[in-house]
Write a protein that binds this ligand. Structure first.
Ligand code: UTP
Length: 289
């Protein structure tokens, strides 16, 4: 049985919902309190046993490479000033036994296309995908929960969330044939259906475990919804030959690609943040709305 040791972070999207902030900087570098979204995603992966972090980047995304590289000038300055706690924070961003690999997507042609750019790095291994703008707060990392299901079922696993049906046209929506607790045996999947056409209120959110042959299915795709190469369409074809399970994870998801989701995440994470929690709660109690 092949273990999940590789994760893909597609971070080459344009982030138009967050303009002008994302004109020259990546949406994935937006901080929630003091840590960029992409670092939360990397930590989730590492804490789930992943050993290779593969980033699909585009133009304007080079600060992501810098963030995961060492910073000798900053580090020696922190050493000189004896700021050991800060030095540790900077040095532990990537553990020593974890590799970072960066590939370029030459145009934002869609999530399926972004993932296809990693074909030669993934080779024949099953792999995970994390969309860093879907931030998930949970006791056990969401990806770890999904890897446990993968290990049990030996099949693709998609993270699911119950959504408001009127928002169906923002998600990939699944139809299922059977369910055991919070694990669904998926029958079909459609990208962004109208609320009327949606077969359930179960939307796919930004965590996937996929077999390497997903690349064969992506390679056959024509542009779909929004004129993009859609991962959902490849997953739909994969369903013809493979079992795929949907998993309603334990945890709270924040859509940090949207302004409201980003603001909610900031509040929730600030409430729990050691350094600011007390003052922030006090501030919230007295705020006039
Ligand atoms: P989104 O649908 O959130 O698109 O992509 P976006 O471009 O980032 O943001 P908006 O909608 O314009 O505001 C989901 C994920 O897929 C990545 C994005 O970076 C994001 O993490 N993606 C999307 C790519 O890497 N390449 C693409 O061509 C499209």
């Amino acid at each position: 049985m092949k273990k999940i040791k590789k994760v893909v972070f597609p971070v080459a999207g344009l982030g138009t919902r967050f303009l002008p902030a994302t004109k020259a900087s990546p949406k994935e570098m937006l901080p929630i309190v003091d840590k960029p979204l992409i670092q939360y995603a990397a930590e989730e992966a590492v804490n789930s046993g992943i050993k290779q972090l593969i980033f699909v980047i585009g133009r304007t995304k080079n600060t992501i490479i810098d963030h995961f590289d060492s910073a000798p000038e900053l580090e020696s300055e922190l050493i000189n000033k004896k700021k050991t706690a800060l030095l540790k924070i900077v040095q532990k961003i990537v553990p020593k036994n974890v590799d970072c690999i960066f590939v370029r997507q030459n145009s934002p042609a869609g999530l399926g296309h972004a993932i296809y750019c990693t074909k030669n790095i993934i080779n024949n291994d099953p792999f995970a995908v994390i969309l860093a703008d879907d931030l998930i707060k949970s006791q056990t990392p969401c990806l770890k929960q999904m890897i446990d299901i993968y290990n049990d079922k030996q099949s693709a696993v998609l993270a699911l969330e119950k959504i408001n049906k009127k928002d169906a046209d923002k998600y990939g929506i699944v139809e299922f044939q059977s369910k055991e607790k919070n694990i669904y045996d998926i029958k079909s999947i459609i990208e962004k259906p109208s609320p009327k056409a949606a077969k359930s209120n179960l939307g796919v959110v930004g965590r996937y475990i996929l077999p390497a042959n997903i690349f064969d299915y992506i390679s056959k795709l024509k542009p779909g919804t929004s004129n993009e190469i859609q991962l959902t369409d490849a997953i739909s074809s994969l369903l013809n030959n493979h079992n795929i399970y949907g998993y309603e994870f334990d945890g709270a998801r924040f859509d940090c690609g949207s302004k409201i989701g980003y603001l909610k995440a900031t509040v929730e994470y600030a409430i729990d943040h050691k350094e600011v929690s007390k003052d922030f709660k006090k501030y919230l109690k007295n705020i006039k709305i």
